[in-house]
Design a protein around this ligand. Structure first.
Ligand SMILES: CC(C)(COP(=O)(O)OP(=O)(O)OC[C@H]1O[C@@H](n2cnc3c(N)ncnc32)[C@H](O)[C@@H]1OP(=O)(O)O)[C@@H](O)C(=O)NCCC(=O)NCCS
Length: 342
């Protein structure tokens, strides 16, 4: 007898969310003790006022496990209820085993399925798509998706162009099947362009440095003089991000025949407040429809959109039935969007 495919659920619901940051709060004034910068420059150029940084051996998987436990609590589920856990990270604890496997162990969910994805700051949006497709297929019931990064472990703390931007954090959402066919992902898209990959990259050694990066001088954008740390051409990334954010949101709304009036909240990756403001101005979106928390957390890479989601839900800014657009961009260069009915 042939096995029948499991029934597909009518819809997919976000059953619970969670987030975690390390204990150490770092202000712009604190960073001014390390590099030649000041609070005014950082706030004006980025909108960042504080960020949390991991120390004392805190790993990406520690933050990820904490966020997952909170999401499970909020969903009213136990660790053993999870069928799959997907962790988006570019700062895994170690190369192998995957951070997702470590999270499964830390929360007591063995033998839950687990895998990592690495698509930098686009991670949460990419994982959201993978997780919702997994639930929608009927093959997995409860799926945890995470964005978790400790970028503090891969920045050069002498490079003021990059070290002021990032914070460490994790966020988690649990997706579960539901009876309402209108709930879940209505549109999802991912894109990448490695032709511009070296605008934001982490080279291991000199063989990874392409001709477009001038490694003879740290005055040039894209090289800070240290391997295994984040190299960034800030202006190139900035221009790319403003355009791709607006374009991705427009495409999502067009595909679903919606306008800004139909969207309750845009949940963007938090990279720079000026970038976000330029994109929304171009789209004609009112600012109160854009979730922003970069002032408190900095750019938390794969975690940031999930933190916004968690705050929007727990603060009652969004409710079942609302349409949300998740949108993100980052290293790769990569980007992604997901129009979701809560
Ligand atoms: C990084 C970023 C804030 C820099 O802002 P900018 O307006 O482009 O600034 P520039 O790089 O042109 O630098 C302007 C000046 O400020 C200086 N500067 C750079 N970082 C500084 C800092 N932390 N404090 C003070 N001065 C700084 C530069 O050295 C430069 O000085 P100069 O004019 O004497 O050469 C901005 O480019 C950005 O946000 N880019 C996107 C980065 C990003 O989001 N990355 C992650 C994507 S997921």
């Amino acid at each position: 007898m042939t096995r029948r495919k499991p029934p597909r659920p009518a819809g997919v619901a976000i059953a619970g969310t969670g987030m975690a940051v390390p204990d150490k709060l770092v202000t712009n004034d604190d960073l001014a003790q390390l590099v030649d910068t000041d609070d005014e420059w950082i706030v004006q150029r980025t909108g960042i006022r504080t960020r949390y940084l991991a120390d004392n051996g805190v790993k990406t998987s520690d933050l990820a496990a904490k966020a997952t436990r909170q999401a499970l609590d909020n969903a009213g589920l136990q660790p053993e209820d999870l069928d799959l856990l997907i962790c988006a990270t570019m700062t895994p604890d170690v190369i192998c085993p995957a951070t997702s496997c470590r999270v499964v162990r830390k929360i007591g969910a063995i033998p839950c399925g687990a895998f990592d994805i690495n698509i930098a700051c686009t991670g949460f949006v990419a994982a959201l798509g993978m997780a919702s497709n997994a639930v929608e297929s009927g093959q997995y019931r409860h799926v945890a998706l995470l964005g978790a990064d400790c970028l503090s472990t891969i920045v050069n703390w002498e490079d003021r162009r990059t070290c002021i931007l990032f914070g460490d954090a994790a966020s988690c959402a649990i997706l579960s099947p539901c009876d309402d066919e209108n709930r879940g992902s209505l549109y999802q898209a991912l894109g990448s362009d490695a032709e511009r990959g070296e605008a934001l990259f982490v080279p291991r050694d000199e063989s990874d440095i392409p001709p477009c990066v001038d490694a003879s001088t740290t005055e040039k954008p894209g090289w800070n003089g240290m391997y295994n740390t984040l190299q960034m051409d800030g202006r190139t990334v900035y221009k790319f991000a403003v355009n791709i954010l607006a374009e991705s949101v427009e495409k999502a709304m067009d595909a679903c025949d919606m306008t800004a009036d139909d969207i309750k909240m845009v949940i963007p990756h938090q990279s720079n407040i000026r970038m976000l403001q330029s994109s929304w101005k171009r789209l004609g979106f009112p600012e109160d429809k854009i979730s922003v928390n970069i002032d408190r957390f900095g750019n938390t890479s794969a975690a940031s959109a999930g933190i916004c989601l968690h705050e929007c839900i727990t603060q009652g800014a969004v409710a079942p039935g609302d349409h949300l657009i998740f949108v993100a961009q980052g290293g790769g260069l990569s980007w992604g969007a997901n129009l979701w009915r809560l």
